[in-house]
Design a protein around this ligand. Structure first.
Ligand code: TRP
Length: 336
């Protein structure tokens, strides 16, 4: 493992998260827990991708609240703003600026193949805006500005990372070496958390069934209630199995939270009933999230302190972003 203060420079990591609504237990166990772990091993840049959020219509007051809340939650999870660069995307104008240079070096055809665009435009036919279409180019700019070696991405963002790599390679070939071509990073731990009501679907905050997902900031009672109502099966044994998606999901969650393997979890609950197991999962999740919620409540009430942190974060990010952006401008032929 390469520690931050060892001789060799640590690898650079970049990731961003959209401030679109409440973050869920799925976001936590699937991605954010890894962000927290990665900060000890890598040189990390993390951003709240607010510019991406307006590819779907947002209510201004709510968007503002969600940007604050997402930034505060990242701090509450334990992401250290000094050790890492933690900022709000729109505070660093180079993201939108570089996105234009990259747009002019990206083909309409390749953007048209993005499956997320096809899905999202099919779901929301009344607002198929140009930003939704070119969203992966903005994401490429987010990444390439900071020259990361690694970008941790979930399954749904793999195609976007691939296009960011293609754009970087093409740009470098045309204009000379400007960008680092990043590799996808599949973290060692990372659970795919499914809906508590329909375990064939990923847990999602946009699910209309509020019992299907747990927010990181849910109260203990709500968390326990949602787990008690989780869909299971009629077999009554607690084991991982493809034909037991509900129970398997609960085992996955319990094992991600406790660090126990699924075999250990099966053993622990051997001969026990579903009711007892669901309660144990609910209580463990609630106890894990409680200190995060407490910290969050402290952070969000001190807007002044919060503002200072995100301003500092933006300055730190901009120093890096500017260098890359100006280099790209110069190579393309602009007068600086
Ligand atoms: N598009 C990502 C998502 O919706 C968020 C994102 C924006 C991102 N820019 C990024 C992720 C850069 C990784 C790197 O989840």
């Amino acid at each position: 493992m390469c520690e931050k203060n060892s001789q060799q420079a640590p690898k650079k990591v970049l990731s961003c998260i959209q401030p679109s609504g409440m973050l869920t237990l799925g976001n936590y166990l699937g991605a954010l827990k890894n962000w927290v772990a990665m900060q000890d091993e890598f040189d990390c840049t993390f951003a709240v991708a607010d510019l991406h959020a307006i590819t779907v219509r947002q209510e201004p007051a709510k968007l503002r609240q969600q940007i604050y809340s997402t930034y505060a939650l990242l701090l509450a999870l334990g992401i250290d703003h000094e050790k890492n660069t933690l900022f709000i995307q729109s505070h660093v104008p180079e993201h939108a600026n570089l996105s234009w240079l990259l747009s002019c070096n990206t083909q309409f055809g390749e953007m048209s193949r993005m499956t997320q665009f096809k899905d999202k435009s099919a779901k929301n036919p009344s607002n198929v805006n140009v930003g939704l279409f070119s969203y992966p180019v903005l994401m490429a700019a987010d990444i390439l500005l900071y020259k990361p070696d690694l970008v941790p991405v979930g399954h749904d963002q793999k195609q976007h990372l691939e296009i960011a790599r293609d754009i970087a390679i093409r740009f470098n070939n045309l204009y000379g070496d400007v960008f680092t071509v990043p590799e996808p990073y599949i973290p060692k731990v990372g659970a795919r958390v499914m809906s508590l009501q329909d375990p064939s679907k990923k847990m999602s905050k946009s699910d209309d069934n509020l019992n299907s997902w747990v927010a990181i900031l849910d109260s203990k009672d709500d968390i326990i209630r949602k787990f008690k109502r989780a869909v299971t099966d009629s077999d009554a044994t607690i084991r991982m199995s493809e034909d037991k998606p509900g129970i398997s999901n609960l085992i996955t969650i319990y094992s991600a939270v406790t660090g126990k393997s699924s075999q250990e979890v099966e053993k622990e609950f051997e001969g026990k009933g579903y009711g007892e197991f669901k309660l144990a999962v609910g209580e463990t999740v609630a106890d894990t999230l409680a200190p995060i919620k407490k910290k969050y409540d402290e952070i969000i009430t001190d807007k002044k302190a919060l503002e200072q942190l995100y301003r500092e974060g933006a300055q730190k990010a901009e120093r890096v972003a500017k260098k890359t952006y100006f280099k790209a401008m110069k190579k393309v032929g602009f007068v600086l």
